[in-house]
Write a protein that binds this ligand. Structure first.
Ligand SMILES: [Ca+2]
Ligand SMILES: [Ca+2]
Length: 320
């Protein structure tokens, strides 16, 4: 297939096939081979499609996986308090676990949400992992920190604090009692969240920690991608029995390098639709050809090289 497509391309087909893209390739080959410059007839294209279809079947290509690394779009702490009087929406930290006697031995639960609008609708999520930086601890002992899917929306208001005690709740903040301070309450104090653990790992002292992909994390993100109105993010729940088990994690307001980072791997609904505009046409073909021989956006099957197999796949999916 390499040989066939290479020969065809050398005979000026690139120029013709890229016409839709308004990005014609070099015309050097046209000058060398003027009889071929206008040779991309419908018959030629159909022949190419036949070749492409057979190559596709032979290659049984896998789909290229794409990856995005997302920073949280909201994070905050539910600070246990009978009046929901404290929050820390724009603090550089959020907390999970139980604090010591100086904090009245109360609980902290993190709230964390990401936006998936950069992932094309209809994509299939294949891997989700979360990296967070623990910047302070009560005790350096290991305690389990779990992610659980939130069941209702919540907010990040302008309250700013520098410690785990929080600051007076501000309008729009999530608190122990409020989804949005001061008027919208949780149905259950401490937040409404799934009893299912999406991912968990132990956290000890200061440092970077990764919650590796699980089937439930993938299911959570797939659900949120497919129905963004249900994306309420995760509760970050630490150990809730041991005094000083609380862990402090850097928030989206912290330095870029230590903000919560979610790495999502996915396959687009139609890998041949390179620019995700719903059509497979000359625009996609131009992109493929412009990255020919490299590991570019036209590497439809994820082999690491844009080559004849990708071209065949694209042509066989052609919608015009
Ligand atoms: Ca925040
Ligand atoms: Ca397209």
């Amino acid at each position: 297939m390499e040989r066939v497509t290479g020969a065809v391309l050398d005979q000026g087909q690139r120029t013709e096939m890229c016409a839709d893209a308004k990005a014609p390739r070099s015309t050097d080959s046209n000058r060398r081979n003027p009889p071929y410059a206008e040779a991309m007839t419908e018959t030629t294209r159909l022949n190419l499609l036949v070749l492409a279809a057979s190559a596709t079947l032979a290659a049984a290509p896998a789909a290229r996986a794409d990856q995005v690394v997302l920073t949280s779009v909201a994070d905050n702490t539910l600070i246990e308090d009978p009046a929901g009087a404290y929050s820390c929406g724009t603090a550089q930290y959020f907390f999970a676990g139980r604090v010591g006697i100086n904090g009245a031995s109360t609980l902290r639960r993190g709230a964390l949400r990401f936006s998936f609008s950069s992932i094309p609708a209809g994509s299939t999520i294949t891997s989700v992992s979360l990296k967070m930086y623990c910047s302070a601890v009560g005790l350096t002992s290991s305690y389990t920190v779990s992610l659980k899917k939130m069941n209702a929306s919540w907010g990040e208001g302008p309250s700013t604090a520098f410690g785990g005690g929080g600051a007076p709740s501000a309008e729009g903040d999530v608190t122990w009692l409020h989804r949005f301070y001061p008027n919208t309450l949780w149905s259950t104090a401490g937040g409404q969240f799934s009893s299912t653990t999406s991912a968990s790992r132990s956290v000890a002292g200061q440092g970077s920690y990764t919650w590796t992909s699980t089937a439930q994390l993938v299911a959570d993100v797939q659900g949120w991608l497919d129905n963004p109105a249900t994306n309420f993010g995760w509760l970050v729940q630490g150990n809730e029995t041991v005094l000083q088990s609380a862990k402090r994690f850097d928030s989206r307001e912290a330095a870029a390098a230590t903000r919560p980072q979610l790495t999502v791997v996915y396959t687009r609904p139609n890998p041949s639709d390179v620019n995700n505009d719903g059509k497979v046409n000359g625009v996609d073909l131009a992109t493929l050809l412009s990255s020919w021989g490299s590991n570019g956006a036209g590497d439809i099957n994820g082999s690491g090289t844009v080559d004849g197999v990708d071209l065949a796949t694209l042509l066989s999916a052609w919608t015009g």
